[in-house]
Ligand binder design. Structure first.
Ligand SMILES: [Cu+2]
Length: 109
């Protein structure tokens, strides 16, 4: 193999590695505003991160996963909270203090 084709192969591998690294590191934002999660339904890939951002003027919220006994801290206007989703599945959640606020994160393989 000559030097040129070796470099070509190397560049191809680095590119493939870069894309897979990007896929693993994907981040998604859910905006919390006017007592609602937006988007209310979010579809992501295994290993992705979701960040909830509070855009309210004066109300704090949380993310409480239904049936999983896991709740975030309250996050206030201007604050955010993140969670990584290493496992595939359907993660339904609501706001702790405001049970009418519903959302779901669907994690694909
Ligand atoms: Cu709330």
């Amino acid at each position: 193999m000559n030097a040129r084709s070796l470099y070509g192969r190397l560049a191809g591998s680095l590119l493939a590695f870069g894309f897979s690294a990007l896929a693993v590191a994907a981040e998604h934002v859910v905006v919390v505003e006017k007592y609602a999660f937006s988007p209310a339904e979010l579809r992501i890939s295994k290993g992705d991160t979701v960040t909830w951002t509070n855009n309210e003027k004066r109300v704090s919220h949380s993310v409480l996963f239904i049936g999983r006994s896991e709740e975030s801290e309250r996050f206030f206007p201007g604050e955010k909270w993140s969670r990584v989703f290493p496992e595939a599945g359907r993660f339904e959640y609501r706001c702790g203090p405001h049970p009418e606020m519903l959302g779901v994160v669907i994690v694909d393989e």
